[in-house]
Design a protein around this ligand. Structure first.
Ligand SMILES: O=P(O)(O)OC[C@H]1O[C@](O)(CO)[C@@H](O)[C@@H]1O
Length: 558
């Protein structure tokens, strides 16, 4: 196989001097108790917080000390984080298996940023598409873009999946306080017809705009959903009316025309934008429609502020680098195989799902860029749910289960609603949880509580093990003043760059996703077998059995 020309050998991470020093240091730190670390150093909060782009990261409740941080920064330097970061920002083709540059940062750079890649004036192209997005969103929002019967648009349905759904859907929900209440946003992603059916039952073809969002414009789910929406529309409207109701966002202009969408209604982007990094491109059209172009620009500006910080701040004060190195420490040396995301903000309820794709599709890899097995564990499982709901669901396991799961708490200091009492209650819970995970509750403390309640000593001793909390469980807290378009942009960019830095440490390609391909190929084959023709091929006995069940169910009701 042809090796990409850009590939320079990178030593295994375990062979680096700073990794070995960290390993030695970790033996002592495994025994460290957060309670004692806080007691020994009253400056811990002041020393272990970083600020950037309207966000503050408090990482003091992690099982580490100043030496750990200094060794982690040595490792970041030894792995070439600074050089790789520059390679990304300047458009080098760091996505080696697809021979592509990785330039989502250029999508949020201000007008006039000079960057030419392969003869393409990136800034000119980005600004040109942004102007088209602005013109279109202005028309839809001010009612001058009308449907085929002359009525303004009341509903927008984004049809896309993965990066063409998760980012826009998460951002529309996160920014709902900034949105136009007369324009309802819907998202259909699943090939499961229940998803499309539920949405179509709520909208009217006369006033609905469909955005077919797909980088490749060949994704099976999106194409089936788009065709279904088109057929549904044509039950009322005519072919000539499609142009008023269907627009497309893609890098594949030819496929859009084949689908029958007017090229005038096409919003392009480029192969150097990865799907899971695409909310900043015209894939964010639904976000711009929901909140308007000015707020969309603020969203881009917030991300750009984080980009500038990431590109220029010394590693020790660099928020994405710090977050990445903490994650690496927990994964590598404290054996944490998952990270839980706990936004204490209901409007960020889709943020954990968004991060799942960003992080796990990027760093869920087991070979290095040069195809060798990685010699350490890579990307952890990312999961989570909003607080305080999560507290009443799975926090039990996080407090007292046998695995240690680091948590990222995310909170806004001020709400965007004015209901009395709620926000203090929310923040109190957020801060209380991180305190509880850190301090835990010792057997002696439990005993004292129970004695104060007057329980007999045999009952106390029976209860102590159940009511003891081990504590010493690491967490980060990320706070912002308010959830705004700008702080949301910064928050997403923070996690994008964190993911990038970890990919550099592990020397994996964070920008391809070959692991999703096998299932797609097999599904295509089985889909043919389910519909009756041809006869099922020989699979394993489980798959054969399941196919036979589905075929039998289908023929029983035909
Ligand atoms: O935007 P597209 O090309 O339809 O792809 C959707 C998603 O599918 C994936 O390729 C995975 O199958 C993601 O990386 C991507 O975000």
């Amino acid at each position: 196989m042809r090796q990409p020309a850009e590939l320079t050998p990178v030593p295994a991470i375990t062979a680096t001097a700073s990794f070995q020093q960290l390993q030695a240091h970790s033996t002592a730190m495994r025994e460290a108790q957060l309670r004692q670390l806080f007691a020994a150093n009253p400056q811990r909060f002041a020393q272990m917080t970083v600020d950037a782009a309207g966000l503050l990261l408090d990482y003091s409740k992690n099982r580490l000390d100043a030496t750990t941080m200094s060794l982690l920064m040595d490792l970041a330097r030894e792995r070439g984080v600074e050089a790789q970061r520059e390679a990304m920002f300047t458009g080098e083709k760091i996505n080696l298996t697809e021979h592509r540059a990785v330039l989502h940062t250029a999508l949020r750079a201000p007008r006039g940023s000079k960057l030419v890649v392969d003869g393409q004036d990136i800034d000119a192209d980005v600004q040109d598409v942004l102007q088209r997005v602005k013109a279109f969103t202005d028309k839809v929002r001010n009612g001058s873009w009308v449907g085929y019967t002359g009525k303004p648009i009341s509903d927008v349905v984004n049809i896309g999946i993965g990066g063409s759904d998760l980012g826009p859907k998460m951002a529309c929900l996160a920014l709902r306080s900034y949105a136009n209440p007369n324009l309802e946003m819907h998202f259909v992603s699943n090939v499961d017809g229940h998803d499309m059916e539920a949405t179509l039952s709520k909208v009217d073809p006369e006033t609905t705009l469909f955005i077919v969002a797909s980088k490749t414009f060949v994704t099976a789910e999106t194409m089936l959903n788009a065709n279904t929406a088109r057929a549904w529309f044509l039950l009322e409207g005519e072919e000539k009316d499609l142009a008023k109701h269907f627009v497309a966002v893609s890098t594949n202009a030819a496929a859009i025309v084949d689908f029958g969408i007017d090229p005038e209604n096409m919003f392009p982007f480029w192969d150097w934008v990865g799907g899971r990094y695409s909310v900043w491109s015209s894939i964010g059209l639904s976000v711009a429609l929901a909140v308007g172009f000015e707020y969309f620009s603020d969203f881009l500006a917030g991300a750009h502020a984080m980009d500038q910080h990431f590109r220029s701040a010394p590693l020790e004060q660099n928020m994405p680098v710090v977050l990445a190195m903490l994650g690496f420490w927990n994964r590598q040396f404290l054996d944490c195989s998952s990270v839980s995301i706990a936004p204490y903000h209901q409007d960020l309820s889709r943020f954990p799902a968004y991060l799942q794709q960003l992080d796990m599709e990027s760093n869920g890899k087991r070979v290095t860029k040069d195809g060798k097995a990685v010699d350490v564990p890579t990307g952890p499982v990312i999961w989570g749910e909003c607080g305080t709901n999560a507290q009443h669901a799975y926090f039990q396991l996080l407090h007292q289960g046998t695995d240690v799961t680091p948590i990222d708490f995310i909170a806004a200091l001020r709400a965007t609603h004015d209901l009395p009492g709620h926000h203090d209650a929310l923040l109190a819970n957020c801060f209380a949880q991180s305190e509880a995970f850190m301090t835990g509750k010792t057997g002696d403390e439990v005993r004292l509580d129970l004695q104060a309640q007057g329980l007999p000593s045999d009952e106390i001793e029976a209860l102590v093990p159940h009511k003891t909390f081990p504590g010493n469980r690491p967490s980060n807290t990320i706070v912002m003043d308010q959830l705004t378009p700008a702080t949301l942009g910064a928050l997403i960019a923070l996690y994008e760059h964190k993911t990038f830095v970890q990919g550099v440490l592990w020397n994996v390609n964070s920008f391809d996703q070959w692991g999703v391909e096998l299932g797609k190929v097999l599904a295509k084959k089985i889909q043919g077998e389910l519909s009756g023709q041809p006869e099922p091929e020989k699979h394993d006995s489980s798959t054969n059995g399941l196919i036979a069940l589905a075929r039998a169910a289908k023929s029983a009701y035909q």
